[in-house]
Each structure stands twice: as structure tokens, then as C-alpha cells.
Design a protein around this ligand. Sequence first.
Ligand code: BGC
Length: 837
Amino acid sequence: MVSGLVCALFAGISAASIAALAQAPVPDSPDIEAKARAMVAKLSLEQKIELIGGVDEMYTHAIPAIGLPRFKMSDASVGVRTWGPTTAYAGGVALAASWDPELARRIGEGLGKDARARNVNFLLGPGVNIARSPIAGRNFEYLSEDPFLNSTIVVPFIQGVQSQGVIATVKHYALNSQEYNRHNVDSDADERTMRELYLPAFEAAVKQGHVDAVMNSYNLINGVHATQNEFLNLKVLKGEWDFQGILMSDWDATYDSVGAANNGLDLEMPSPRFMNAAGLVGAVKDGTVKESTIDDKVVRLLRTALRYGFMDRPQFDPNDSTYSVADRAVALDGALESITLLKNEGGVLPLDAGKVKTIAVIGPNAWPAVPGGGGSSEAQAFEPVSTLTGIANVAGATVHVLYSRGLPEITDVLRHTHWDGAVTVATYPGKDFNGTPEMGKEQIFGEAGRAAVGHGVRYSASYKAEKAGKYLLLTAVEGWGTDLKVFADGKELPTAPHAEGQVAPFWTLDLKAGQTVKVQADYVPGWGARFGVGIAYAPELVMGEATELAKIADVVVVAVGFTPNTESEGSDRTFELPWGQDALIEAVAAANPHTIVTVTGGVGTDTRGWLDKVPVLLQVYYPGQEGGTAVADVLFGKHNPEGKLPVSFDRSWEESPSHDYYYPIAGADHVLHVNEPGHPAVDYVIPHVKYGDKLMVGYRYWTTTGKHPLFPFGFGLSYTKFSFTNLKAPATAASGATVPVSFDVTNTGSVAGAEVAQLYVSDPSAKAARPERELKGFEKVRLAPGETKHVTLNLDARAFSYWDEAAHKWTIDPGKFVIRLGDSSENTPLTADLTIQ
Ligand code: BGC
């Protein structure tokens, strides 16, 4: 019999896609299982143990005797990172802002192809942790604050990657929703909160996306590190969800040989510090770890490799070019679909290229382009298009484009700070600042400590204010493992929580004319570290040329936001924009009322200083390499904005529902004693963060309390208008039945556009307290002016269920439910009642 698939292949699918289909993994079968077991049978216990630890940072172990090569891994939150330039797509939170599962599939396919072109077997993504708090350093790499949106995006993304013969690795399992002290922090949450918020995207990745690798997070969960967490790894992932693939650790996230081996970890990355012969051979011999447990880990690796054909074909695919125009088009679509218009007063947008004569593009994020954030996800994009160049290209030769960075580079501030006398540098023998230091003197605050890894370096200097007013005390920090404390007149200045890497903090000092302030920095350099401190007089920080340009332009674009230095893995982020940027916006807005602000960044920031002074605000996220073109297309109306916020935007960090539950509970630390085979034991201090906000994350909090954030989840403006009509849902349904809900969406405006119809479910008669509404369906609809589309969404049992804490299972309480339909979590004009029997 000729199968339907074969017919389809010959009915016109190109040779390229035939190759891609042939390379997708085949399902597991008794034959594959038997082959994997036969290979394992040829291995000694030591060889098997070798296979469950990584080598050379990014590889699995090879055993040529059984024909097993090593397999390569690469990060890829925005682009494949392994070497050289690559296509950088709108990743993480930007992808979620598109609310487009098909885009997620195309980007997944693109990344899969880019991985094959670089011989990569495992793509270390996607990240699906919940964006619980606006200051969490990795929100930009993750998706959204909502488990349903995350699940809906992650499934096609994984399918896209894996269709190219590359294993996707969903990460970081689980509850890695902050970077502060990420190796040691204990994320304590109750089971219902985990099941309803933090686990569903992983569940969808496994059960619907059939992801073949999962990465454990660094943190502990309810007192136990993820890499040895029986509940998460054995009970839920491998038990209930029947995950048959490979569970790997995050890099250096393993803390116990037997604990990890017996609690589900299959592969310790990047090297076997714990799951090695010294830690496990004895344990297997004395029965603490069963040999069958080790066998199961090796079988998982071999079975997956056999299913992907890794032993039968080269992973390097020369047909998959590392650079392609088609990939650039996908990258552009990603940026276009995600950019979210949050404010557009007085019809400033879209700009008319025929009328605008002069446009000033100002700000540190105007040039160069900022395609992604920092850390292991940072990829080198091909020719990334900056906002400046994008605007110049799209505006065309008739529009005069002016440019100013608007603010000095930090290095200029450091170099031009005139300290009152020399900077004293005391280098202590250890990082505890005890003992007799070696003394030195420097001109620049921060230069000398570069080489002093592992030492305590204390800088002290005085600064004399010439004029009265506000001064910014600025720091520059680079490198991993750096620790920095800054004091002004002997008082330690507060920093955002950080550990490991560090986002450079800054402070405002109010000084009188002639006042001297003594500045001290206690600095413990880490690997590759650099640091500096400088002082700038705030009223003169904004470059005069910026306001001059703003005055003569018809319209100004101020491009501000974060960069890989200020928003990155390994540290949490400030809620405020980086230094000087608020002042820059205010100065430009005062000079020109037609000021458009574009913000690069994972999630919301503090806009209180200037939002009411500017008519337009555009959230750009990290848009990938084509971001500048997409911004310009949106500004000039070549593309109608369609992004919708995947996170609620708070006004202040203090009003974020996570604020009171973000920091460790004082006095609740405990000490964890860790024995690494062959090394002296180390004690780690484990701080406890209680997820006391429970289900009240993002819009669940805002809609339940009846309060309103600055911009609600799901919100985003368009240049056209849409209406929702004819909401139809059955009046009654049997418990567990799929419920069809249908409605019409009409473009009532005069330009084509896309709307995201969002369906929220409320359960007013539930026995347990539930969030006021939860997203349970959505559809992105593209409509010409005047066009209407009829949409049907099918709600499955999970759409009406909550996690019953006593019974430890999903449950539906019969009774009244309300279906709400609209264009954001706060604007749901249509409702329908439904009774579940
Ligand atoms: C990150 C992971 C990443 C790994 C390998 C770790 O620091 O947390 O997300 O996949 O490095 O680069």
C-alpha cells in the first residue's frame, strides 16, 4: 500500500522538505529498544557511568567500541550559539507576544536547520519558566506569565525543532523564576501552585510536543535540588507524564552522586562532577544505586540517538545553509508579529513618510542593534538591523534622519570623573578583606582589580561636587562570579539582588556645592571580570546635541532599554531603565511633543517619570536581527502592529504581586553540606523564597483583586479596530466533555490587521478559591478591512479544572462557569454562561 504521506511527498513537496521529513525522529519501537539494550549489554559499568556525564562543555561522551559518537549541544534562545554568526529570531517573550503558534513552529524549524548546519544534535531550548516577576533576569528568554499561552507556543516550537532531526531541550525544570542566587535558592511552592502555573508548559512539551530532552534547573524546589528532586523528576515527569527522553542537568547544577542517580537525572552536564565512577561504582556494588537505574539512563540516551538516526547519518547537513534569505524572512516576521504598541495618542502613528521631513533617532538602543539579551542565550546575529538603520532604510531618501546616542558611554563617564586626588587600591590576600593588603594608587576607579580573581579589592576615593544638585554614581560590571558592594560616606548603597554575574547598579546622590563624598567599593573579581565607578552631574548627563536635534525634528524616536549587559542570565534586573534613560526621555519630550519611545527589554519597566509626557510607547522586547526593520515598518504603517503583552506591566516593582514573596525569608536559611567525590566538602547557604503569591501571578492577581496594572496581559494596540460578536457556547455540558465555543471577529477599521481573540474562563461556583479568570483559548485572526471570520475554540476538560489539593488530582466542580471573550485580560466585552453537570 502506498501511504498517504508518500502520496503527499510525490504530490509536490520539494526535495528539501523530503530530506527534512526523512530526518525527523521515528517513534520508539521494540526494534529500537532491543538495539539500545544490546548496545548497553556490551558496556562495562564504568563505561555506562561515563555515558551519563558530559564532556568538553557541550558534548555527550563517545564510546567508539559500540559505534557511539559524541553528540553536540548548543544554546539557542534566539539563535544557535555554537560558533560564528547565526540567524537571530525573536525569541522567548517576544515570540510569546506574537501569540502565534505557527510562527513558533517556523522559528523552531529555522533553529533546527541552523543547528543541523552546525552539526548540533541537542538544542538547549526552549525555556518555558513562568514570568513571575518583572525583575527576574531571564524573563526575556522565557515566554509569558501564563501557562496556557506558554503551552500553546512551546508545542509547535518543539515540533519545529525536532522535525529537523534535532533534539529540543525544554528548560529549566522547574520554578526557576528568578536569577537571584540561582544555584542555591530554594523555590518553595505548594503543589496546586506548581500544577496550575509552573508545570503545565513542561507537561505540554512532554505530552503534546513529545520533547526528547528536559533540563533541570539550578534551584532547589521545596528543599531539594531540581537535579535530585524525586517529586518533579520521578513522580511527575517520568511517572505521570511518561517522559521517555533524556533528563539533563543545567550546567553545574548537580549536587549529589547517589541523590541525582536515584532521582531521575540521566545526564550530568557539562562534566561528571558527581555522576562519575568515584561517586557511583561503589554505590552500585553495595546496592545503593541499582545497576538497572544506570542502564535506564544509558538506554534513554541510546534510544533517543537511534530514533533520530544519529548513528546512521551525519548530523551536519550541508543543505542547511548557515545563512539564508528565507531565515531572514522568518526572523523579520517574528519581530513584526511581536512588537507591541502600548500607547498612541493624537494619531502620531503611523508616520507618513510623505509628510515627515526630519526624524531624529536618539538613545543608547538606537544603534547598534540589540537583537537579544545576555548570558548563554547570547548569539552573534548576522548583520543585525538597528532601529536607526531600519528607520533610515524604510523612511527612504526623502526623509532626513538625525542621530545622537543621547547619553555618554559608561567608559566616558569613568574616564572623565575627576576624583579629588588619587584612587587608593587595597588588595587583600583573600575575598574576606582580612589581613594586610597590598596598597596601590590609580587614576581610574576600578582599573587595577582586573587580575585579582579571588582577592578582595577595596577602592576608596573622594569626589568633590562643584555644583549643588543630583549626581549619578555609576558602575560598570562585567564578568561572572563578581561581587561588589559600594559605600558612600561609609554607608552601603542598596543593590538589586544579585549573585554570580551582576547587572551594574547605579544610585543618585544629592550633593551641595563644594560637598565631598567618600566613595568606597569592595570588589571581589570573578572570571573575566571588569568593573569601574564614576560620577556624573545628572543635569548635564543628557548630551546637549540630543535636545538640539529633537527641537529641529518633526518627530523623534527615543530608543531606550536594556542590553546584554543590563538584562542577562545570572542576575536579576532593575525595574528602572538603565541610568540616564529616564532623564533622556524627559529632556527629549520637553523639546519635542512628537516623541515616540521604543523600549528594548524582556518585560515591563518603570515609566512613571515620563509616560504621560510622550504620545507613543512601543515595546520591542528582544526582536532578533531584523528588529530595526520591524520597528520602522510599524512606525511608518507598512506593518500594522499586532503584538499583545504576554505579561502584565506593573507601574512599580512594589505593586508587582510577586514583590512581597520575591526575597528570601529572613532567618530561614539552612546550610547544605555537599560532598563532591575527590574534593573537600563544601557548605552552601540555602535561602528560602516562599512562593506565597501562589496563583496570584500577573493578570490572575489583577483581575481577582479588581485592581488594574499599567498595561494588562493580552493588551496591544492596532491601527485598525476589531469587534467581537455572536459568542455561542452550549448552556450545559457534561463534566469532562469538550466544549465548543464560537464567535465572529470583524475588522471594523480601514486597514488590514491581526487581532488576538482571547478566551478566559471563570469558575464562580468552585469549591476552592480560584483566580477570577484564566486564559483557556485564543486565536490570532488576520482580517482585511470589513472582513469577518468565524472562529471556533474547543475547550477541553483542563479548561474547567483546578488542582484539588486534598485529592492530588485535577478536578471539575459542577456548576456555573463564565466564558469571557475579548482582546485583553481586562477587556472582555462578550460573556456566556455555561453549566457543567
Ligand atoms: C544556562 C542554561 C544553558 C547552559 C549551557 C547555563 O548557564 O542556565 O540555560 O543551556 O548554561 O550554556
